[in-house]
Design a protein around this ligand. Structure first.
Ligand code: ADP
Length: 498
């Protein structure tokens, strides 16, 4: 295979769409990014205009192709990674969505989910089949809402006149000129309508949420065939060959292909995923069980455990914007380094409650351990460390569920650039952290899935071998000291909950 060809990842995120050019050495050669509008019709509601998503995505793709003077011959494949759960319903006869997309963050269906899944017996059936805790976050109740609230929608859906899709599905459908209505198992596993053990849309769940089966996309392997481009203005005949939801794409992009391999993304929030092989591990700590993206030679479904921290890098935004202690998030590193520790100060950023493994929606943030000697550096350091402590709690919960330790934690996301944070994370976890040179692991994962399906790369061994120049953070801290610090955090969390 000539190394002058490329794979393009369409990295469809919550606030922007990007087209990313990846070469045979897995280098990100260039990207074009286009933001789109966040629509907030009411408190707690979040929407996107599907056509604006589409045009931002197509615009970034055509600009990237033009900038590098590329034609269909130069592109081995397109991969798609996308914001998960966000729900679109459209009319295939016209291509028109019947309403704006309901975004994963949107809370409009919280009461509906409570009504449909409030009975603990129902909740536990949903959980057993989907691996998810019933919540408005997932697509099921969002489709229901659209069918119940857009005039005529239910009738048209039942007559087979409307299609459902997450954003990947909508993009595939448009890009293939309406020929392919499909998604992949990672996206399907976030709808709360997919039986992750049997690999089918679940009739009982479709009934529960009142979603006609004829609206549902075909589920195809994440690395395989999703048709070819056939859309005006886009070079024709490029295979769409890889699809995964953003977090699973990033797990794949981090080359976590084996059980026990894990990644954490330090963004606004944090997303921790651990590969559990072909075993769907049930969580005793209210983590979710989800489907991992698989290489084309993998026949059995592979799974991951997933947990998230609500306030990750966002705590630095608060320190910057609300307290004004720093001018940029990056400045937190030098300021925190001015002191050897926080002097016993803990910040617990439970701005919207505490997630796994504490699960307390009513908790609110605290700062404790302040003395007359506490200064700006101590506070900033405590805020930074709070990100690491929350990830520590998640890792421990996940290791307990999986019944095995993580050997290495692979890291990415904006805040993983902070070396002090990474070293502190390694120290309290007593685990080695690997930070790849290219922290754009989400786009890389989509590119890998597409490239593998087209033989652009030979297999996962080749991908792992290309991942050589990581920054490594090995634990150095005295174990006794680490235990004291973690005990102090657990104590601060107890006070927060009290
Ligand atoms: P997202 O994809 O969730 O929008 P990013 O991966 O771009 O987020 O990461 C941005 C987040 O990381 C912000 O919340 C920001 O405060 C935080 N952040 C960025 N750089 C640093 C840094 N050097 N140290 C600490 N936090 C940082």
């Amino acid at each position: 295979m000539s190394d002058k060809r490329y794979v393009i990842a369409l990295d469809q995120g919550t606030t922007s769409s990007r087209a990313v050019l990846v070469d045979h050495d897995a280098h990100m050669v260039d990207f074009v990014q286009r933001p789109f509008t966040q629509i907030y019709p009411k408190p707690g509601w979040v929407e996107h205009n599907p056509q604006e998503i589409l045009f931002s995505q197509l615009g970034s793709l055509t600009e990237l192709l033009a900038r590098h003077n590329l034609s269909e011959r130069d592109i081995a494949a397109i991969g798609i990674d996308n914001q998960r759960e966000t729900t679109i319903v459209w009319d295939p006869a016209t291509g028109q969505p019947i309403a704006n997309a309901i975004v994963w963050q949107c809370r409009r269906t919280a009461d509906l989910v409570e009504r449909l899944c409030g009975d603990p017996a129902v909740a536990s059936r949903v959980r057993a089949k989907t691996g998810l805790l019933p919540d408005a976050y997932f697509s099921a109740s969002k489709v229901r809402w659209l069918l119940d609230n857009i005039p005529g929608a239910r009738q048209r859906a039942e007559a087979g006149e409307l299609l459902f899709g997450t954003v990947d599905t909508y993009l595939i459908w448009v890009l293939t000129g309406g020929l392919v209505h499909a998604t992949d198992p990672t996206n399907a596993s976030r709808t709360m309508l997919y039986n992750i053990h049997e690999g089918v849309w679940d009739e009982e769940l479709l009934d529960l949420f009142g979603v006609p089966a004829c609206m549902m996309p075909e589920v195809r392997p994440s690395s395989g065939s999703f048709g070819e481009t056939s859309y005006p203005g886009i070079p024709a005949g490029i295979p769409i060959a890889g699809v995964a939801g953003d977090q699973q794409a990033s797990l794949f992009g981090q080359c976590c292909f084996e059980p026990g391999q894990a990644k954490n993304t330090y963004g606004t929030g944090c997303f921790l995923l651990m590969h559990t092989g072909t075993q769907a591990v049930d969580s005793a700590n209210q983590l979710v069980t989800t489907i991992a993206a698989s290489a084309p030679d993998q026949r059995d479904t592979e799974y991951a455990l997933e947990g998230s921290v609500f306030v990750g890098g966002a705590v630095m935004q608060w320190i910057r914007d609300e307290l004004g202690l720093i001018r940029t998030a990056a400045e937190s590193e030098s300021l925190a380094a001015e002191v050897p520790d926080t002097g016993g100060v803990y910040v617990v950023p439970a701005f919207t409650g505490l997630g796994a493994p504490w699960w307390n929606a009513d908790a609110r943030g605290t700062i404790c351990g302040i003395t007359r000697g506490t200064n700006r550096s101590h506070l900033v350091r405590a805020a930074l460390e709070s990100i690491a402590y929350q990830v520590f709690d998640l890792v421990k919960a996940m290791e307990a569920d999986a019944g095995r330790p993580m050997d290495v934690l692979n890291v990415d996301g904006g805040a993983s650039a902070n070396n002090l944070l990474m070293q502190f994370q390694a120290d309290i976890l007593d685990r080695t952290l690997h930070r790849p040179l290219n922290i754009e692991t989400t786009a890389l994962g989509a590119a890998y899935l597409a490239g593998l399906a087209q033989g652009f790369w030979s297999g996962t061994d080749e991908l792992s071998a290309m991942r050589s120049s990581d920054d490594v953070f090995a634990p150095h801290m005295d174990r006794e000291r680490a235990r004291e610090l973690v005990d102090g955090w657990a104590n601060a969390v107890r006070r927060t909950i009290a």
